[in-house]
Every structure is written in C-alpha cells, then in structure tokens.
Write a protein that binds this ligand. Structure first.
Ligand SMILES: [Mn+2]
Length: 405
C-alpha cells in the first residue's frame, strides 16, 4: 500500500494579514495531481488542517472541495484526518457522516473510555493496513495524576498504549500510528509553532509509539524530520512557509510504501513553492537608504504571484519619516508587505529582533519566552530551575482546560 503523509496545512491562515487562499489552492491542486500520479492508496493528514478552531467558511470549503477533487482524480483513494492543537476537536468532526461517503475518516477527539474509536481498519486492493489515528491530546482528554511532575506525559503515554494495544489485538497488515504532538528529538522551526507546549511543558518521548508501529506519521513541527533517529517515525512538516525562518527550507510531503508486513521506504516529495518569502536584507540590518535601494530592486511586474517581504531596519536609524519613505519605495512593487523589524546592530540579532517586534513575541511559545526572560534577568548562563518550569506548565495546562470547557 502506498501512503502520502502530510500535515499542518493551516487552512484559513493569514500570513502577516495577507490571505493565503491562492497559495493553499495551488498546494491542494498540486496534491490532487500527485495523488493520481503516485497512485496513492491512503492520504493521512496529521493535524492542524485549519489555523484556528473557528476557521473561515472559505477554509472549510477548501478542504471539502479538495476531497471531492481528490476522489475524482484518484477514485481508489482513502483519507484519514486527525485534529491538531489548532483545530477544534468537535468542529472538525461536523462533516464526518458526509465525508465517510468519500472514504474519508476524521478523528477529532480521543475518548479515554473508548480507545478503540481511534483505531481504523483500512482495506485496499493492495491489502489491509491498521491505523491508530490519535488526534492532539488535551489535558481534559486524559486521565491525569496531578501528583506526578510529568502527569501530562504519563497521560499521553497511557492513551497511546491503550489504543495501540487495541490495534494490535485486531491488527491486519502493517500498523501505522498517527499523532499530533511534540516528540523528543524533533527540531523546532524557530518562530512558527506557537502553543507548542500547551498542555505539557516537555516533549513526549518517542518510545510511546511502541516497537509494533511500522510507521509513525506525525504533525505539529513545521520542518520535515526523523524522530529519535528512526527512519519510520517522521514529521513531514508543513507544505508552505509558516514563518520567515522557513524561507530556505524545502517544504515536502512523504511517500510511504508498505508491503504486506511492514514499511519498506519513505521518500520525500518536494512541494513547489507558489509564493516566495524574502527578508531584506537577508542578514543583519540595513539603513533606511540601503533598504529603499533594496526595495527598488524588487519586481513590479504582475506576471507571477507576489513575494512576501519583511524589512530589517537598523534600530539606530533616527529618521522619523522612515515609514513614509518605505511606503513610497514600496509603491508599485508587486509584493506583500509583512512589516519592519527594528534590528539592533551587534546585539544577539535574532533574539533582539524578537523583542523589538510585538508580532514575533506573540509567536514565541511560553517556554521560550520564560527562558529568554529568565536569561535576561539572571544572566545568560543561568538555566530556568525545574520548579519554575513546572509552575509554568501547570498554569498552561489549567488555562488550556479553561479554554476547552
Ligand atoms: Mn500544531
């Protein structure tokens, strides 16, 4: 059986206030063609289909239109979708009965009293496959022993253990486990995975997927990567840039081949980039005059989709008219303007830029923010004590529960 693994579409996302509908459409149309060309039997989407729990109507329509087109171009296709932390567990299941008619299964929430509900048996002409479709786990979905410092991790562990045990008891063919979480050993894209630690401060150890899983299809981290050095525990990453830090990264989906017993190969397939992202200047910062000169070299022609452009202005620049001058330089340019960072020369560049721009502070996850604030006050070599980290984790878990109720 041939599986295509993708995740983190974030349909409905605005990139610095710019609508991304066309970009998403370009990806979905490429994916439709790819499903047919590659003769994919099963498409697995490992969470964060939408960017928010209440996606705009056009984003929901994009998903449904895609499924309709995908089934038309590849009639044998089956689809499994799990909810990520950005998705609403309930809302994503709304169309479940209708989607079943298109061989599409959606799992929004894990029910700890019915772990078998996340276990799916997929039958195809190529033989059977058993799937554990585990959505993002919120503290409220789990049995938590709050006496334990790692109560959330233990709860996640138990949920995977119970559902995988059930899968093994009915298993036919290889076992594919899906999840949306931060597994240990994963490399984080610096600024685009907010809320990453909600519900659990630390990442989850990859051993929870058990030795019985033939392939683990993960979502949540935005760069494709192996977990715990395993060929078969993978993040596929988002199909398009979610932040300027991903500007040089090649977004991809993974083609996963199974024989009757196990996973035999995992091959990345690069997603063509529809709209490029560009930082001006690429490194460091520029004076106002230098920036205006760089902007003058940007394209004015309308024949390709516009570039996303973010500017890095030297913080020592004192011209109070800088915004008006930049606006004038940008006039007529075929670009989507994504703001100005004030960058202090010689400062620890990336960190400093984050604090000069409230937009990027918002994109830090709470753990990173605590770490930066602690270092700022206590000296750069100090580590945040465990007790303080756990205190923050507790606050986040509680907030998340309030959010869910
Ligand atoms: Mn996520």
């Amino acid at each position: 059986m041939k599986v295509l693994h993708t995740s983190d579409w974030h349909l409905g996302q605005q990139f610095y206030e710019h609508n991304r509908t066309q970009e998403h459409n370009a990806f979905l149309s490429w994916l439709c063609d790819t499903l047919a060309e590659q003769a994919i039997d099963l498409l697995v989407i490992a969470g964060d289909i939408y960017h928010t729990a209440t996606p705009p109507a056009y984003a929901e329509q994009q998903l449904y239109t895609f499924i309709k087109h995908a089934k038309a171009s590849r009639p044998a296709l089956q689809v499994v979708i799990i909810a990520g932390n950005h998705d609403s567990a309930n809302r994503i299941e709304t169309a479940k009965p209708l989607l079943q008619a298109f061989d599409t299964q959606v799992v929004g929430r894990y029910n700890k009293h019915a772990p078998e509900e996340v276990v799916l048996s997929i039958a195809s002409e190529q033989g059977p496959l058993t799937v554990v479709a585990m959505p993002f786990l919120r503290a409220g979905d789990l049995t938590l022993d709050n006496q334990l410092p790692d109560a959330y991790q233990q709860g996640v562990n138990a949920a995977y253990h119970q559902s995988i045990s059930h899968a093994l008891s009915i298993k036919q063919g290889p076992l594919l486990v899906m999840g949306h979480l931060h597994a240990k050993g994963g490399d984080i894209s610096s600024d685009s995975e907010r809320n990453i630690a909600i519900g659990g401060f630390d990442s989850i150890n990859a051993s929870i997927f058990s030795d019985h899983a033939d392939y683990v299809a993960l979502g949540h981290l935005h760069k494709s990567q192996r977990v715990a050095k395993s060929e078969f525990i993978r993040y596929c990453g988002t199909p398009m840039p979610m932040s300027f830090s991903e500007r040089h990264y090649q977004h991809q989906v993974l083609i996963v081949q199974f024989n009757a017993q196990t996973c035999t190969s995992v091959i990345p397939l690069l997603v063509p980039r529809y709209q490029d992202v560009c930082l001006l200047p690429e490194k460091g910062s520029a004076t106002l005059d230098e920036l205006c000169e760089l902007i003058s070299q940007l394209p004015s022609e309308q024949d390709t989709p516009p570039l996303y452009v973010r500017l890095r202005l030297n913080a020592t620049e004192t011209d109070s008219q800088f915004r008006a001058k930049i606006d004038a330089a940008l006039a007529g340019k075929h670009v989507l303007f994504c703001g100005i960072e004030r960058v202090r020369p010689n400062a620890d560049h990336d960190q400093q830029a984050q604090f000069d721009d409230l937009g990027s502070v918002e994109q830090l996850d709470p753990a990173q923010l605590l770490d930066l604030a602690f270092k700022h006050h206590m000296g750069s070599t100090e580590q945040v004590p465990d007790a303080i980290q756990q205190c923050l984790a507790h606050v986040l878990t509680t907030l998340d529960e309030v959010d869910q109720s």
